[in-house]
Write a protein that binds this ligand. Sequence first.
Ligand code: PLP
Length: 278
Amino acid sequence: PLVYLNGELTPLSEAKIPVLDRGFIFGDGVYEVIPVYNRKMFRAKQHMARLFRSLDAIRIPNPHTEEEWMALIDKVTSAHPADTQLVYMQVTRGVAKRAHAFPADATPTVFIMTNAFTPPDAATVDNGVRCVTTDDLRWQRCDIKSISLLGNVLAAQYAAENDALEAIQFRDGLLTEGGSSNIWIVSNGAVYGPPKSTLILEGIRYGLLEELCAACNIPFGSRAITRDEVFAADEVLMTSAGREVLAVTVIDGKQIGTGKSGPVFRKLYAAYQDAKRA
Ligand code: PLP
């Protein structure tokens, strides 16, 4: 597959960055993951806006206009044979002598790759997925889509070692999010998520789920959610670019609701499938 690196399309195996890149040395960069369905980016504008917010937040000068970004992504996705893809893009502060504070004259490193994407299969959608819970060990700016992902990596590994798809994180007893997803509860027919704050990444599916709820006449709200409320929920949902929307049916070995994917999930899943085909 061809990838984009600093102005050139090259085979992945030939794409190389200097060891002093601040992404490698400090995790000093941000990223995005954008789904492409039938060769069309889904929610491209929202993903671009979030990339720009992340760059702003860590004060990396945005190397491209939105139009340029879209054209670059288009080059990479057009070169891939699959119609449905997940695009990964990353910007680091660039290459400089190792010192923590920003270098005076680094040029941001821009990398874009894409892979064929298979959305969750029918069995996963029907049965729902198992999760485990863990303390949220991350920093206080989880709203930035930073490539420094150690907390998320440890959460994902904990899930993997416990036969779970995802680790659901709690900070001071309150739900934050999954290691790489947003988590929602369904209570009395309404969907609730934790409030947008610096303690969670606002998934592009945060706004989308709100829209889908409105279209399906499902009440939607955001509020602090305790651990007990998660376990007592009628349904628990997970959203992310790669998982779309999934039902969480078992957490820490305990069944959620009926233990099967529920009616609110099924409505929102169908609405999501319609939205991505629109
Ligand atoms: N929260 C975290 C920590 C993530 O890494 C992700 C990314 O998938 C999400 C939430 C969901 O965001 P999105 O819906 O944009 O994929």
